[in-house]
Write a protein that binds this ligand. Structure first.
Ligand code: GDP
Length: 364
């Protein structure tokens, strides 16, 4: 799962991305992730893994991961093909969600491309590029659908929807804020619009604002206000502090955060926001060889969850021996839990719950 980091120049993208790569998960554990210079892979923090690691006296601990894709270089005029703009826009098409870094710190030494710090203007600048790019695509699709609908009325819904999408884009608004029915949402998803991708605004504030002003200033409030209109999430970070945290090991990190009076790092908050925005959750597998967290969408059924591990397990699915993490911890061990009859045998229709510890039985 890849999230794309965008933002105007000099807002703190590289600083954040460097923190991500430094904090990066051990790539040896993730042969399935393509490691490119502009991709950073980070672990999803999950204390349950530590508990299971102890309980099973396991050899290895493998957290779930999120990939961040650094899409630097998006500037005003990108959709008109200025610079390498169009290439960046096509990169955004590949990601499941956008992380838009917005500068919310003043610093006279750091030039702002637009001459002054202005989060709302910056948000609009980037969003307009996405909107222009979408508009071009929608117009092409509208022409095609216009022909089809004349001979086949089943295209009417799509045609009307395309028209509505076009009107919205032409008024300079993202499709994210559009009120859609469930059916319409499915169709719009298929358009793969940049301005419909879920978005997290990262408000990059100064050290002082993060530590002394409760991660708030007028600029952050503006970002929050705007995000509401788009059903978007906001995470406040100080990229500079993140890059310092990334240098530390786990124990030092806890101490450093405590010293600063922070509960969590900005990066951890960002990962959590990504999880919640994308309706994700984790189930767990545990054994003496490894304990591991797997990412699935909320509402995923047992066989499809098994498919995350291997397509053979999904194909040959028989049942899922399941216990919630809390019940397992209360029982003390899987053997004790089995004795008490706490391990359930779930079938194909079972909807996996966050924190389920599962052993899949399957035919080979
Ligand atoms: P990018 O062009 O968006 O990748 O921006 P950079 O990450 O290169 O940051 C531009 C400048 O802003 C650099 O000099 C950073 O050190 C500085 N910077 C980034 N984040 C912060 C921050 O949180 N606080 C302060 N004071 N400076 C920052």
């Amino acid at each position: 799962m890849k999230l794309g980091i965008v933002g105007l120049p000099n807002v703190g993208k590289s600083t954040l991305f460097n923190a991500i790569t430094k904090a990066g998960a051990e790539s040896a554990n993730y042969p399935f992730c393509t490691i490119e210079p502009n991709v950073g892979v980070v672990s999803v923090p999950d204390h349950r893994l530590d508990v299971l690691y102890q309980m099973y006296n396991s050899e290895k601990k493998v957290p779930a991961v999120i990939e961040f894709y650094d899409i630097a270089g998006l500037v005003r005029g990108a959709s008109q093909g200025e610079g390498l703009g169009n290439k960046f826009l096509s990169h955004i098409r590949e990601v499941v969600a956008i992380v838009h870094v917005v500068r919310c710190f003043e610093d006279d030494n750091i030039v702002h491309v637009e001459g002054s710090v202005g989060p709302l203007r910056d948000i609009e600048t980037i969003n307009l590029e996405l909107i222009f790019s979408d508009l071009e695509m929608i117009e092409r699709r509208l022409q095609k659908t216009n022909k089809l609908v004349k001979s086949d009325k089943s295209y009417q819904l799509e045609f009307d929807l395309l028209q509505r999408v076009k009107d919205t884009l032409e008024s300079g608004k993202s499709i994210r804020g559009l009120d859609l029915t469930k059916e319409e949402k499915e169709i719009v998803k298929d358009f793969n619009l940049l301005s419909y991708k879920p978005i997290i605004y990262v408000a990059n504030v100064s050290e002082d604002d993060l530590l002394e002003n409760g991660a708030n200033n007028e600029m952050v409030q503006q970002v929050r206000e705007h995000a509401k209109s788009e059903n978007a999430e906001v995470v406040v970070i100080c990229a500079k502090i993140e890059s310092e945290i990334a240098e530390l090991d786990d124990a030092e990190k806890v101490e450093f955060l405590q010293d600063l009076g922070l509960e969590e790092s900005g990066l951890d908050l960002l990962i959590k926001a990504g999880y919640s925005l994308l309706n994700l959750m984790s189930f767990l597998t545990a054994g003496p060889k490894e304990v591991r967290a797997w990412t699935i969408r909320i509402g995923t059924k047992a066989p499809q969850a098994a498919g995350k591990i291997h397509s053979d397990i999904e194909r040959g699915f028989i049942r899922a021996e399941t216990i919630s993490f809390d019940e397992l911890v209360a029982a003390g061990s899987i053997a004790a839990a089995k004795e008490k009859g706490l391990v359930r045998l779930e079938g194909k229709e079972y909807i996996v719950q966050d924190g389920d510890v599962i052993l899949f039985r399957f035919n080979v």
